[in-house]
Design a binder for this molecule. Structure first.
Ligand SMILES: [Zn+2]
Length: 341
């Protein structure tokens, strides 16, 4: 199985497979589109695969692995939300009550609770007993964009794995593979031209899920990328009015706002790389860039020092966190504009 840029998942899975001893609770964190669910399925396959390689990797093709990949394994339970986030009842009925029933086919049973961003403390509290003292066969995987959405009690009894983005070359390879895998008569296949692949890999800086969606999606994500680029340009030109306009155009939709902020945080991260690279403007450092606005990152690095870049990065992360906590988008946009310029 190829898992692009997921050494942070593959290495601990192999180590646990080697000893046969897995922790019972996992937190997988990472930005949108970095492959948290792909990583969660890989982890589930590591737990349930019946034909692991000599290198302790799940095979991806045995009965267990293929049922996991099709979403049809009776012992790999992808817990569904009844609303926008997991409720106390979801947790009680679909996880706590169910997990004391032994597995159907395997000797382990794995629960996946994906996209926990925005769930309440009460929902997490309902999980504490089973995660503290799980049945021997019970394993739990939680995914969220950032680790801060989990209560310290859950963090302390779990293994956290952060999913990172692929580099641009890996992203291009994955996009080609994805394009080839689409059946011949799929109209989407035609969209995977070298030109589109290279553009998407450049904009999304190796975020494979976003790059795929950008190519085959409705154009919504490409529009979000344009907003992030506009915001980066406004920061580079120190134009407060333009920054406020760009951020507030996304602020009506929390998901869109978070994606814009994630892209913007990568732009600032690139400025910091540029800064560290040369100590001054960092021209020539942009090979290691992961953001959507290279030129703007370089311009920002010319006037902002590393302490200031760090403040900007933290302000963007904080705004992104506030968006997961149901704060008012317009207020977050205006607060962030004030902190960035
Ligand atoms: Zn297998």
């Amino acid at each position: 199985m190829t898992l692009y840029s997921k050494e942070s998942i593959v290495a601990p899975c192999k180590a646990m497979s080697r000893t046969g001893r897995f922790v019972h609770s996992f937190l997988i964190t990472g930005a949108q589109g970095t492959g948290k669910k792909v990583a969660a399925r890989y982890l589930a396959m590591s737990l349930l695969c019946s034909a692991k390689s000599s290198d302790n990797e799940p095979c991806g093709v045995c009965r267990e692995c293929s049922r996991i990949l099709r979403g049809q394994h009776p012992d790999f339970i992808e817990v569904k939300k009844s609303g926008v986030s997991f409720s106390v009842n979801d947790i009680r009925e679909k996880v706590v009550a169910d997990c004391y029933t032994p597995p159907n086919d395997c000797d382990r049973k794995v629960y996946l609770l994906a996209d926990c961003d925005g769930w309440t403390d009460a929902a997490q509290d309902a999980l504490l007993k089973v995660t503290e003292d799980p049945p021997d066969y019970g394993y739990f995987i939680f995914t969220a964009r950032i680790r801060e959405v989990f209560l310290p009690t859950l963090i302390s009894r779990s293994m956290t794995m952060e999913v990172h983005e692929a580099d641009t070359r890996e992203c291009e390879a994955a996009l080609r593979e994805h394009g080839n895998a689409l059946s011949l008569n799929s109209s989407k296949k035609k969209e995977f031209t070298e030109e589109n692949i290279s553009r998407a890999a450049k904009i999304f800086g190796g975020n494979i899920g976003c790059a795929i969606e950008c190519i085959e999606g409705s154009g919504k994500l490409a529009k979000t990328a344009d907003t992030a680029i506009e915001a980066a340009r406004a920061i580079a030109q120190r134009n407060e009015y333009a920054l406020a306009a760009a951020l507030s155009s996304a602020s009506g939709n929390r998901d869109e706002m978070r994606t814009v902020l994630e892209m913007l945080s990568r732009v600032i991260r690139d400025s910091a790389v540029a800064r560290a690279f040369s100590g001054k403007s960092g021209r020539g450092a942009d090979n290691g860039f992961i953001g959507c606005a290279r030129e703007e990152s370089l311009q920002i690095a010319e006037f902002a020092g590393s302490a200031r870049l760090n403040e900007m990065y933290e302000a963007i992360r904080e705004a992104s966190y506030l968006c997961t906590r149901n704060c008012n988008g317009a207020a977050v946009a205006s607060m962030l504009t004030g902190k960035l310029l």
